[in-house]
Design a protein around this ligand. Sequence first.
Ligand code: NAI
Ligand code: 15L
Length: 269
Amino acid sequence: MPTPRTVLLTGAAGGVGTLMRALLPAYGYELRLLDLAPVDGAPDAIVADVTDRKALREAVRGVDAIIHLAGISLESTFEKVLAANITGLHHLYEAAREEGVGRIVFASSNHAVGFTPHPRGDEPLVPVDTPHRPDTFYGLSKCFGEDLAQFYWDQHGLETVSVRIGSCFPEPTSVRMLSMWLSPADGARLFHAALTAEHVGHTVVYGSSANTRLWWDLSTARALGYEPQDDSELFAERIIAEQGLPVEGDPAEVNLGGHFCTDPPRWPY
Ligand code: NAI
Ligand code: 15L
């Protein structure tokens, strides 16, 4: 696909949105920003709720592609997750269909498959076609998002790359994140690959760097042209010295979703 010029970045005020606002323009994108909250340093950003269908339709008009990060990013009540992550996502896809936007990059999450045990020793990496095993209402909404994306491809020819992001932060901060970390620079590489790869239909990929302790299979991401450059191992010695290794069999450590399976962090508002 030719490199999209104008890309709508929803969730631009959030953690990943802030990192991507800094990194994606170097790939030649002109970003249109949207968030419920004002975006620091971007007075032109659209301040809108994804549950506002009319505002979304206007926001997507004229863009070549969308990176959809907006929504509840931790556990919350079913009602709140329903509004932002399910109804809001449906509105976004309808707006894209109505305005003829051909490609969406959807921020799915490891928590769509959070109850999947992570590999130990020589066990194989977790493939993308492992069954959905959400660990929260939040993870459940990401399962819905992936199915919605598949439906809009099959029914309407609207393409999506669903990126099951591991942990995208400036640095890994826990032993679990040594396996899940997606460095900001690799995040930008992956989003760029997802925006430009040919004929993606609906493709699901895992979003991590080339971590030595990787738990999941990056082959579908690599097939898009993603070549991760970073490895969390640089941080391993310090993190393990500070935090120790997890206790084998600890219920908060056995699955991909980690502590989301036992005591998920909650969306603050
Ligand atoms: P975040 O919580 O920092 O940012 C989310 C942004 O969405 C916030 O700025 C918030 O104001 C906005 N938002 C929330 N509800 C909204 C609504 N109804 N309408 C418009 N905007 C709304 O989350 P983060 O970490 O930046 O994650 C971005 C996306 O990536 C989320 O969809 C999250 O589920 C997904 N993700 C992130 C991971 C990570 O490691 N940071 C891991 C897996 C998935
Ligand atoms: C997510 O899906 C969250 O949005 C993010 O804040 C992290 O908690 C991440 O997963 C993770 O599992 O580390």
